[in-house]
Design a binder for this molecule. Sequence first.
Ligand code: IMP
Ligand code: MG
Length: 178
Amino acid sequence: MSTITIKDKSFVPFIEEDKLQDAVKKVADQINKDYKGKQPIFLGVLNGSFMFFSDLLKSIDLPCTVSFVKMASYEGTSSTGTINELIGLSEDISGKDIIVVEDIVDTGNTLEKIYQILADKNANSIKIATLLYKPEAYKKSHTIDYVGMDIPNAFVLGYGLDYDGLGRNLSSLFVLKE
Ligand code: IMP
Ligand code: MG
């Protein structure tokens, strides 16, 4: 596939499907090894992670359960500022081993908020798996346990990631044409 145009922006091919699948496999292999004898909960962060989540889980050979959450941010009162809420988590995660599955870690703001909310729920362990990571953009100190691949600080599209809601259905990754 060549250039894709969505609204006012053009995107060019960046990472082929088979390269993405190699990265997914690499993460799955590490998790399979590290969690041997355990029964983790894979917690997908919607919407962006849905494609990575699905492909990742097909290569997981552990007994496991899955669940999905979404970050919702809204303005509170002037004293509370922005309120971040994690919606969708219905089960009790206390004593459980949680693997948070993200599409991409950019500045790390989203991840940190999710982590802080989960950290209060007495899980046995919380680890983070992301398909894509932008080391030049990352501003936090929290360790990202499993990374599919590092990418430069550019805007990417496809394989779950969107521009203005569109492009998530592309099976390979595109990058914004400068
Ligand atoms: P953060 O800056 O790490 O908090 O990233 C927050 C969210 O921004 C990610 O979960 C994605 O949904 C979105 N995002 C970050 N970088 C990109 C990108 O290059 N393409 C599409 N979405 C992105
Ligand atoms: Mg996201």
